[in-house]
Design a protein around this ligand. Structure first.
Ligand SMILES: C[S@@+](CC[C@H](N)C(=O)[O-])C[C@H]1O[C@@H](n2cnc3c(N)ncnc32)[C@H](O)[C@@H]1O
Length: 206
């Protein structure tokens, strides 16, 4: 579920979304995601759910990348810009599960906060079944935490995603599928140029 009316409707255009992400410090954010969390290796099979225009692909040389998104405009942009570096499909995660393809890493970067609990549970279950044993799911979303700056709260409440959650709520969703011993949760306040709080969940399939 995402806000799509008023000013939010402009973000449906891939170039508007990308320009906004760049202004917010998207390049640095992606570099942190790649270096500290994705940790790519040559030939690694990566499924990116809700990939958007897929700018992250340019930071992932040598991997086998499949990006899926429900937005044809974002997928068109991803294909035009990064077609030689990956495969891009207008598809839901549920369709990938049916395909039987397996991945070393599933990413859902900025997706869970667009999904209600039922949809988020379905996505997590899909990620689990699409991973090889030992594979990882990485999620990245805005989060409410105690003692948060008022400005971060202000921006989070205006996020396009309608399901920004509290830290414990995200963790409960992830541990429900992957088990409490297999989820590492990180809170960061340094990923964007504006005050914002993010949660990163790294979930391992045993
Ligand atoms: C905030 S954007 C994140 C895009 C990209 N991952 C990034 O980090 O820049 C969320 C994306 O999720 C997509 N999306 C929303 N609901 C979805 C769903 N149920 N299945 C797949 N993609 C979805 C939207 O179209 C949008 O491109």
């Amino acid at each position: 579920m995402q806000k799509t009316t008023g000013i939010y409707s402009m973000l449906s255009a891939a170039w508007v979304y990308e320009t906004l992400m760049t202004l917010l410090g998207g390049k640095r954010k992606r570099q942190i995601l790649v270096n500290e969390y994705i940790r790519p290796e040559k030939g690694m099979k990566i499924l990116d759910c809700g990939c958007g225009p897929a700018e992250i692909v340019s930071f992932l040389p040598g991997v086998e990348y499949l990006g899926i998104d429900l937005s044809p405009a974002y997928i068109d942009q991803a294909r035009a810009q990064f077609g030689e570096y990956g495969e891009f499909q207008v598809q839901s995660a549920a369709e990938i599960a049916v395909s039987g393809r397996k991945f070393d890493l599933v990413m859902a970067l900025g997706l869970l906060h667009h999904l209600n609990d039922e949809q988020a549970n379905a996505l997590l279950a899909t990620a689990y079944s699409a991973l090889i044993p030992g594979g990882r799911l990485l999620t990245f979303d805005g989060v409410f935490v105690e003692k948060q700056s008022l400005l971060a709260r202000f921006f989070l409440k205006r996020d396009r995603g309608q399901n920004v959650r509290w830290q414990k709520e995200y963790e409960k969703l992830a541990t429900g599928v992957f088990g409490s011993d297999n989820v590492i949760s990180d809170i960061r306040t340094d990923m964007t140029r504006i005050p914002y709080t993010h949660i990163l969940l790294q979930c391992r399939k045993c």
